[in-house]
Design a protein around this ligand. Structure first.
Ligand code: GLN
Length: 550
């Protein structure tokens, strides 16, 4: 039977509940336990797939094609496991299930209510993961902050589970903030006391309090929090701001968070934490031997969460190459033919990001042209790959009006077109081509060299595709399709053999990069960017030497 850990948050949002949950899960996994994490989101959307990235950051797609909260990305990157639809549940999905059941007649004669019907459905979704028998521990992170009206049914479900289960089968970790007041030169515990009080009013008593803080908590302060919040002093955990999210598990290990959990859950016979690979990664992250600038061209660059998985993939691949990857965020809307060399001139590599809709696409196309003509390593993801195809059609093949029908429904040259199966789709939620599909790579290509085998499997989220009617024309002109879906022939990878590193992928490789398994395209892209940077600095030195001689 699985044991359950609930992670709640108080005082304010954005405390990094997902990172704390993932760090605790990592430590338990490192001690030999089988662990997974689930996120319960209190909003009414059935999933975050229809949300603008400005609202909710990136939408993370799982192997089974679920569009989920970006915290699932952290869970996968930390634990090196796959999550699934069952790992992310929203209020919308809970209500949808209950309402559908009501219509089917499942509750005939009964009034359907928040308690017990909604709470029962929440509990069912929590327990279902544990009942698979695949895990020793299921961590469930409750989104939002205690006290939010929309979170109440989730908190009530946790209360009921805590009451129903043997004491050693579940525990509650509460994450709060200990603010530092500069004027008083003091850390303040009152907001935490209030937050725990609010939890108690809802019938939940946290077993462990994790305190986010800018400054260390001394023993007196820990004791005070413990006393007022009615937990053991050892169960007050300091979570100081860290230089990297990947250091948080180590900090939690130093605070004995995992041992306190194991004790409460009465789990014996666990191993010493096996974190060799994790620590090697941290060492490399701390001591890079080189530095490069990668341009990230997108339209949501004001909000870093919009490209979370891409940014984290660069952290993994950078460490593997012992290279510090500096991301230069460039807004695609403001790139023009006139300013492109000024904006992209200092870069060692260019990544054109995924996206939807018209805004900023012309800037992306101009950026691709610059990378192609200047031998700058280029990596296009999803819409980024589609833009590379359009750029090649327009500027190399002479199809001046080439476009995607997503942006120009009447183009004479729809080199990117709506997938056949999408043409009858009218409903927006969960209807894209989603999740993992196989892809066959052509031997001798850059893609094959990068992965080292074929077929591969990567995750998707799109409606448009490369228009195969143009494939021969493209290949004759020098852009080849090096990866295809074996069943449908859908072009998954394009590349330019006469360029040092130019690759566009229809899928989202960033969704599968983890600390222990950096994604190979990212790893090789960094390698190519490093070479580009070295050549550039050699060329610069040569120019300087020549100038000195003359
Ligand atoms: N808008 C494009 C499509 O739907 C690309 C999607 C994406 O970048 N995820 O095909």
């Amino acid at each position: 039977m699985a044991k359950y850990i609930f992670v709640t948050g108080g005082v304010t949002s954005s405390l990094g509940k997902g990172i704390i949950a993932a760090s605790l899960a990592k430590l338990l996994q490192a001690r030999g336990l089988r662990v997974t994490i689930q996120k319960l989101d209190p909003y009414i959307n059935v999933d975050p797939g229809t949300l603008n990235p400005y609202e909710h950051g990136e939408c993370f797609v799982t192997e089974d094609g679920a569009e989920t909260d970006l915290d699932l990305g952290h869970y996968e990157r930390f634990l090196n496991i796959f999550t699934s639809q069952a790992n992310n549940v929203t209020t919308g999905r809970i209500y949808q299930t209950v309402i559908n059941r009501e219509r089917e007649g499942a509750y005939l004669g009964k009034t359907v209510q928040v308690i017990p019907h909604i709470t029962d459905e929440i509990k069912r979704r929590i327990l279902a993961i544990g009942e698979t028998g695949e895990y020793d521990i299921v961590l469930t992170e409750i989104g939002g902050t205690v006290g939010d009206i929309e979170g109440l049914p989730f908190i009530e479900a946790v209360r009921q589970l805590q009451w129903e289960m043997p004491e050693e089968d579940c525990l509650v970790v509460h994450l709060t903030l200990i603010p530092y007041l500069k004027a008083a030169n003091e850390l303040k515990t009152k907001p935490t006391q209030h937050s725990v009080k609010l939890m108690s009013e809802n019938g939940i008593h946290p077993d462990i309090i994790v305190c986010r803080t800018e400054r260390p908590l001394n023993a007196d302060l820990k004791k005070k929090i413990a006393q007022f919040c009615n937990v053991k002093t050892e169960a007050v955990i300091e979570a100081m701001d860290a230089s990297s999210i990947y250091r948080v598990p180590i900090k939690m290990l130093q605070e004995n968070l995992d041992l306190i959990v194991l004790k409460k859950l009465q789990i014996n016979g666990y191993a010493a934490p096996e974190l060799t690979k994790w620590k090697e990664f941290l060492e490399k992250l701390k001591h890079p031997t080189s530095k490069i600038n990668i341009g990230l061209i997108g339209k949501y660059i004001e909000l870093q969460d919009a490209y979370k998985s891409i940014l984290e993939s660069f952290v993994h691949a950078g460490a593997m190459n012992e290279c510090k990857v500096q991301i230069v965020n460039i807004h695609s809307e403001y790139i023009t033919d006139e300013n492109v060399s000024e904006k992209l001139g200092g870069l060692d590599g260019l990544l054109v990001a995924p996206g939807f809709g018209m805004r900023g696409v012309e800037g992306k196309i101009i950026a691709v042209k610059y990378a192609r003509e200047n031998q700058l390593p280029f990596f296009g993801i999803c819409l980024g790959m589609q833009m590379a195809v359009i750029e090649y059609a327009r500027n190399v093949m002479g199809l001046k009006d080439a476009h995607s029908t997503e942006m120009d429904a009447d183009t004479k040259n729809p080199v990117i077109d709506l997938m056949e199966e999408q043409k009858k789709v009218t409903v927006k939620g969960g209807t894209m081509r989603l999740g993992a599909y196989p892809c066959t790579l052509k031997e001798g290509t850059l893609a094959y060299k990068i992965y080292g085998h074929s077929p591969i499997s990567e995750r998707h989220r799109h409606r448009w595709e490369f228009n195969n009617k143009y494939l021969e024309q493209f290949e004759n002109a020098g852009m080849i399709a090096s990866g295809k879906n074996p069943a449908t022939g859908l072009v998954e990878v394009v590349e330019l053999p006469n360029h040092p590193f130019f690759i566009g992928v229809q899928y989202h490789p960033e969704l599968k990069s983890t600390v222990e398994n950096p994604q190979p395209i990212f790893v090789n892209f960094i390698k190519a960017a490093k070479e580009f940077a070295e050549q550039r600095s050699k060329a610069k030195t040569a120019v300087l030497q020549n100038e000195t001689i003359s």
